[in-house]
Design a protein around this ligand. Structure first.
Ligand code: NAD
Length: 488
């Protein structure tokens, strides 16, 4: 309608410190209503070229500032985002479908702390020095920013994951061209409006909006972008690896997961059940760290299942701005259809759907009838080889199966192509260590989930990624090291 199009947000690329319109736009939807929320620039080679040039021009000055000067600017930016926290949270919820509560308590606070964290950690790195007395030599290492960093982020935690890349990249003295997901671009655009006030010089942070195939690939293929930090699907990562191979680019790849929860019969179920509900369904199950295979030891299997399903049925799904709602809308119509298809496939294979999709009915407020909602869904009696137990579903669907021994469950938990995050529940400390060591997983949480120390490495094994991010890891990725030998 006219009224609708009048209030439509129209985003612009942010290049060299200026907002620049684009010649064509794509629609981005509000997942909880199905309406168009905003117009996103459909950038391509030309826009990426301009952004890379601006970033290249800004590099000499930015890279020669002291870490302390850069740190102060990052802190200022963090403060400005925090001052606008509510507006950012509203926009993230509207753009992504997640609950306003989640955006307010997780997404935006984390974006703020990403800047604060790297503003601080950049001040505390030390390089190495060794001595070879017999040769009259000392050796030391020095680290320098690499140049223009290409940053590509997904739609599930839009500002959170984008700032987790921008902050370390610019703290280290690089300049960046970022490409957020075309489905969730609004908060990145809002952040651009604060850069000047924070004191970020023109050209240090450039944001080019658009699709992966056009804007993303132009960035990956650009010869003047020596490093790409990517978070997204394994399939896209393969494409990016291929496309960047001719340039020998440095890649950091944070990809999908098929994360197991392993629950031994000595687990404290009063802690385990609510946490496993969150780990399965938080953010509509659209977190790479979400649990989607729950292995429960035989002795407590039926009790766990009964209590878990009862709790899952209590999760309220609906209008993301309703504070009593735990689950909002999925990102898109296509994604909702894909997630539903997994449930249907499991059913045709003989699995049982205990609650959610196809079992319970979902009552939605009148304004949300066209939104992309589905209920938290629990599947059981599903074989390990089934696609629901092998592939990343990335929605509110989790499978629960029984196991007998420690040896058996480790083998089954490791029996997928992914290796991102696992949870282990037990009160036996020895067992926890044994199992944690043998799991093929970049992160192992025991008796908890999603407790992060940003200092420590984050990332996946196997098809879940290459490289790690964290205080030291991001510093190493975003800088080039040199070994210097001095003979005296
Ligand atoms: P996606 O791979 O489809 O897209 C991610 C980003 O890459 C988007 O900005 C997209 O536009 C861009 N892109 C797509 N094709 C491209 C190409 N050919 N060249 C360059 N860029 C391209 O992923 P998604 O659907 O947005 O996000 C969901 C996926 O992200 C899931 O697999 C999830 O597990 C993963 N993820 C991983 C982590 C992690 O830290 N390991 C965190 C969040 C999400």
């Amino acid at each position: 309608t006219m009224a609708q199009s009048k209030s439509l947000l129209v985003l612009e690329n942010f290049i060299g410190g200026k907002f620049v319109p684009c010649s064509s736009y794509i629609d981005s939807y509000n997942p909880s209503t199905g309406d168009v929320y905003c117009k996103v620039p459909d950038s391509g080679k030309e826009e990426v070229e301009a952004a890379v040039k601006a970033a290249k021009d800004a590099f000499p000055v930015w890279s020669s500032k002291s870490p302390l000067e850069r740190s102060q600017i990052l802190n200022k930016l963090a403060d400005l985002i925090e001052q606008d926290l509510e507006a950012f949270a509203q926009a993230e919820s509207k753009d992504q479908g997640k609950t306003i509560t989640f955006a307010r308590t997780v997404d935006i606070p984390r974006a703020v702390s990403n800047f604060r964290f790297f503003a601080s950690s950049i001040l505390h790195h030390v390089t190495e020095c060794t001595e070879m007395a017999a040769m009259d030599c000392v050796h030391y290492t020095s680290r320098a920013p690499v140049g223009v960093a290409g940053l590509i982020s997904p739609w599930n935690l839009p500002l959170y994951l984008l700032t987790w890349k921008i902050a370390p990249a610019i703290a280290c003295g690089n300049t960046v061209v970022a490409k957020p997901s075309e489905m969730t671009s609004v908060t990145a655009w809002m952040m651009c409006k604060l850069l000047e006030k924070a004191g970020v010089p023109h050209g240090v942070v450039n944001v080019v909006f658009g699709t992966g195939a056009k804007a993303g690939e132009a960035l990956v293929c650009h010869p003047d972008v020596p490093l790409i930090s990517f978070t997204g699907s394994t399939l896209t990562a393969q494409r990016i690896t291929e496309k960047s191979a001719p340039h020998c680019k440095r890649l950091s790849l944070e990809l999908g997961g098929k994360n197991p929860a392993i629950i031994f019969d000595d687990a404290d179920l009063s802690q385990c059940i609510p946490t496993t509900l969150r780990s399965s369904f938080a953010n509509q199950g659209e977190i790479c760290l979400c649990t989607s295979r729950i292995f429960v030891q035989r002795g407590i299997y039926s009790e766990f299942l009964k209590r878990f399903v009862a709790e899952a049925k209590k999760w309220k799904t609906g209008n993301p701005s309703d504070p009593t709602v735990s689950m909002g809308a999925l990102i898109s119509k296509e994604h909702l259809e894909k997630v539903r298809n997994y449930v249907r496939k499991a059913q045709t294979e003989g699995a049982k759907i205990l609650c959610g999709e196809g079992v319970d009915s979902l009552a939605l407020p009148s304004g949300n009838q066209k939104g992309y909602f589905m209920l938290p869904t629990v599947i059981t009696e599903v074989k390990d080889e089934s696609c629901c137990m092998q592939e990343e579903i990335f929605g509110p669907v989790t499978c629960v199966v029984a196991f007998d021994t420690e040896e058996e469950v480790i083998k089954r938990a490791n029996g997928v192509k992914y290796g991102l995050a696992a949870t282990v529940w037990s009160s036996n400390v020895g067992r926890i260590h044994r199992v944690a060591h043998r799991l093929q997983s970049g992160l192992v949480w025991t008796n908890c989930w999603l407790v992060r120390d940003l200092n420590l490495p984050f990332g996946g094994m196997k098809a879940s990624g290459i490289g790690r991010e964290g205080a030291k890891d991001s510093y190493e990725f975003f800088t080039e090291v040199k070994t210097i030998t001095i003979k005296h």
